[in-house]
Design a protein around this ligand. Structure first.
Ligand SMILES: [Zn+2]
Length: 103
C-alpha cells in the first residue's frame, strides 16, 4: 500500500514516472508488477529513492508538489526553492518514515 505522506510514493502514484524538472531525464524502471498497481507504485518509488532521486517533501502547510522531482544529478543539492536535505545518502534506506528526515 502506497504511503501518500511519502514524497516518492505520492509522486509515483500521481505522476506515474519520475522525470527530472531540470533536465527531463527519466528514471529507468522495469518491473513485473502490473502497471499502476500498488506494487508497481511501490517499486517505482523504491527505485527512484534508491537511485538518488529527489522529491520535495510536504511544506509546513502540508502541501506537497507531487509532480516535481529531480534526477540524481540535478537534485544532489536540492532544488533552489526547496530546503536541502542534510544528508543525500538516504538512498540505501528502505522503510524509514520520511518525517524523521526533516527536523
Ligand atoms: Zn536532472
Amino acid at each position: 500500500m502506497s504511503n501518500m505522506n511519502d514524497p516518492f510514493d505520492a509522486h509515483a502514484v500521481f505522476a506515474l514516472e519520475f522525470e527530472c524538472a531540470v533536465c527531463s531525464q527519466r528514471s529507468v524502471f522495469e518491473t513485473s508488477h502490473a502497471f499502476a498497481s500498488d506494487k508497481y507504485f511501490e517499486a517505482l518509488a523504491e527505485e527512484a529513492r534508491n537511485s538518488g532521486w529527489f522529491c520535495p517533501s510536504a511544506d509546513s502547510a502540508g502541501k506537497m508538489d507531487v509532480m516535481t522531482c529531480y534526477c540524481p544529478m540535478c537534485g544532489v543539492d536540492g532544488p533552489p526553492s526547496v530546503g536541502r536535505l542534510d544528508s543525500p545518502s538516504d538512498g540505501a534506506e528502505t522503510s524509514r518514515p520520511m518525517t524523521q528526515r526533516f527536523q
